[in-house]
Design a protein around this ligand. Sequence first.
Ligand code: NAD
Ligand code: TDX
Length: 339
Amino acid sequence: MTTIVTGGAGFIGSNFIFYMLKKHPEERIICVDKLTYAGNLSTLASVMDNPNFRFVKADICDESAIDQLFVEEHPDVVVNFAAESHVDRSIKDPNIFLQTNIMGTANLMNVARKYGVQRFHQVSTDEVYGDLPLDRPDLFFTEETPIHTSSPYSSSKAAADLLVLAYHRTYGLPVTISRCSNNYGSYQFPEKLIPLMFIDATENRPLPVYGEGLNVRDWLYVEDHCQAIDLILQNGRVGEVYNIGGHNEMRNIDIVKIICQTLGKPESLIEHVTDRKGHDRRYAIDPTKIHNELGWLPETNFKDGIAETLKWYQDNQDWWQQIINGDYQKYYEKMYANR
Ligand code: NAD
Ligand code: TDX
């Protein structure tokens, strides 16, 4: 069995590669990654010498590179993590999101159709459902919830999902889609809430909470997401969408306070800044389908997962120092100055 994992030098893709090489050591994994600002080859250092692993630097939009790879590797499965993934960047500059997230997915599927695969799995997001009101804790996203996006990022992911389903219906491509809630864990790029607040707090800088900080996200430990995708690859029904989430809703402000407490930093570092444009209020996944059909349940509770994650960032300063010493400072200036 040979699986192509796109975007494997990023946060969730790298964790998925580690998970798969450990869980299925007999299977071959080919990581395809363009190494954008979010991709980091050092993340994959521990598996580079594994004979069942190969890294290929390529853009998923590059038809000839992807075609050539299929000729060389005859993959059975494609798992598409590669994407522009940060909502704030999509608000500043949407175009690359349309290119990678929509055209890149179409390009991968065109090549997969040409050579044939057992499965094309699209890693999607709960953000395609839009948001839920804060005063209706009884409402959740199911797989039947209409697509109703807010940001250029979520719209590009929704467009890709529709294309994936169309390739199944029109061409019979054997697809599955997973729509997961917010992930946290090791190797997450520090533009996202938890690692960003960890680094700012560590360096005694202001913690920029958007608006009142009352927006709610449904947090899932990254390894639980990886396990769910593995189950979908093994036993998921072709043509189906599976929501992934662990009923762990938290307000942003409470996450930031946990980070302050864990690091022994004062909450006076918290600074309420101008809200994100079009900011989704609440995400909350109903994971009944994946639980009933595939027996999936998250294994890591938030208390343990966040402690583990913050410890990982404390123990792996080299990993994030390398990032914040590069273009990251310019990004931070652009995104947070005068906010
Ligand atoms: P990330 O930004 O950390 O990693 C994305 C990776 O894709 C990087 O390694 C980058 O170099 C690579 N990439 C970008 N454009 C590429 C291209 N054109 N060709 C090849 N590689 C390219 O993202 P992440 O947080 O790991 O998210 C992975 C996937 O999971 C995305 O599809 C995202 O939409 C989805 N998702 C993320 C979350 C979350 O909480 N982070 C939740 C649900 C779904
Ligand atoms: O500096 C910040 N201050 C702040 O208050 C940042 C970076 C974020 N926030 C808020 C905005 C959100 O309500 O924290 C919440 C989480 O923000 P992000 O980490 O940017 O994640 P989110 O926008 O919820 O999207 C994430 O989950 C779904 C991933 O980035 C997406 O790729 C995924 O699809």
